[in-house]
Unconditional design. Structure first.
Lengths: 41, 303
């Protein structure tokens, strides 16, 4: 495998995981806000 | 992974699996478990999402400790067979990435803990990270054979943090849980260090078996198991737990002390022959899981 291909593969894999983690963090913050403000559904 | 056409793998962006390995996931599992048990043993529980976030923060804090520990000890890890294949000593990642990841994770975990639960829990989490990195890793570990005695306090924080995250204040039971892990750590690590002492000697780490010898370490293991057993059983006669925990703690601690006595009686000098030491090390992990599991069972089944 060429170096450039390996760099792109690793960057893509990390970017994908980072996107999922950021998405999960946004969802978590939403629910933390709901819980802290004591809003009942 | 396929071979790549270059010699310096650290020049590449780090693979996500190596970043994950920096957090020492296996160590994290025990930290998360003890933190969760500390929370579940508390008289009141936070809302589910806040409880989940508190445990997540404890896990991230432990991961930060692992990353910063590996960042600081890369030369030591390279000399030890047990740790030479970690991402940094193996050259799969550059040190700066590990440092940035560790500091970032530590700050993130503390801030999130404070925002989601309370700032006392966040301060405790920050103290545990700083204690592990600065007091244990940087100061004590390379200097004194008593490193693990004082450094054990860092690993003892999680149940206390879990409890404080749930209640917002200290109490006698979580302080006893802190004492149990604090006193459990020396016999646990000394049992391990006896059969991997050549690794520690090669790396110049003054672990007790390297500095004081095997017979002295065996005496220390047995002597430390006695106050550990007393601390483990103490919540029951003090009325802080019920009979389920009391029976489990008594039986488990008795077994621990018996195994520590077998270590004391052992005369093995070669790691391959150190069956008593390996048995105690294996049981010590099970001991902590079972003890904290019994604490939660006692809280939820009997009260």
């Amino acid at each position: 495998m060429k170096v450039e291909e390996e760099i792109v593969r690793r960057q893509r894999a990390r970017a994908r995981i980072m996107a999922w983690l950021l998405g999960a963090f946004v969802v978590l913050l939403f629910f933390i806000t709901i819980a802290k403000t004591g809003i009942n559904w | 992974m396929p071979a790549i056409e270059m010699t310096d793998a650290a020049a590449l962006p780090a693979d996500w699996r190596d970043i994950l390995a920096l957090t020492k996931p296996r160590v994290m599992s025990l930290v998360v478990f003890s933190g969760l048990c500390g929370m579940l043993a508390a008289p009141q529980l936070p809302p589910l999402v806040l409880g989940f976030t508190a445990i997540l923060c404890i896990a991230l804090g432990a991961g930060a400790c692992g990353a910063l520990n590996q960042w600081y000890e890369v030369e030591i890890d390279a000399k030890m067979q047990r740790t030479a294949k970690r991402p940094l000593p193996d050259g799969r990642m550059d040190r700066q990435t590990a440092l940035h990841f560790g500091v970032g994770l530590a700050v993130f975990s503390v801030l999130l803990m404070g925002l989601a639960t309370n700032w006392l829990a966040a301060v405790l989490l920050a103290a545990s990270i700083l204690f592990y990195v600065l007091i244990y890793t940087v100061w004590l570990k390379p200097r004194t054979p008593q490193n693990i005695v004082i450094g054990g306090a860092a690993g003892a924080f999680p149940p206390l943090i879990g409890w404080v995250a749930a209640t917002g204040h200290f109490a006698a039971l979580p302080l006893l849980l802190f004492a149990i892990i604090f006193l459990w750590t020396p016999p646990h690590f000394w049992a391990l260090s006896m059969f991997v002492r050549s690794d520690y000697a090669a790396a110049g780490i003054p672990m007790l078996p390297v500095v004081a010898g095997i017979p002295s370490t065996r005496r220390h293991v047995f002597l430390y198991s006695l106050p550990m057993a007393a601390a483990a059983i103490a919540p029951w006669p003090l009325g802080l737990t019920g009979p389920i925990y009391g029976a489990a703690a008594t039986a488990l601690s008795f077994a621990f002390v018996v195994l520590a006595a077998l270590v004391l009686a052992s005369r093995a000098s070669e790691p391959a022959e150190m069956h008593a030491e390996k048995r105690l090390f294996g049981f010590s992990v099970l001991y902590l899981f079972a003890l904290f599991g019994a604490l939660v069972a006692d809280r939820w089944l009997a009260w």
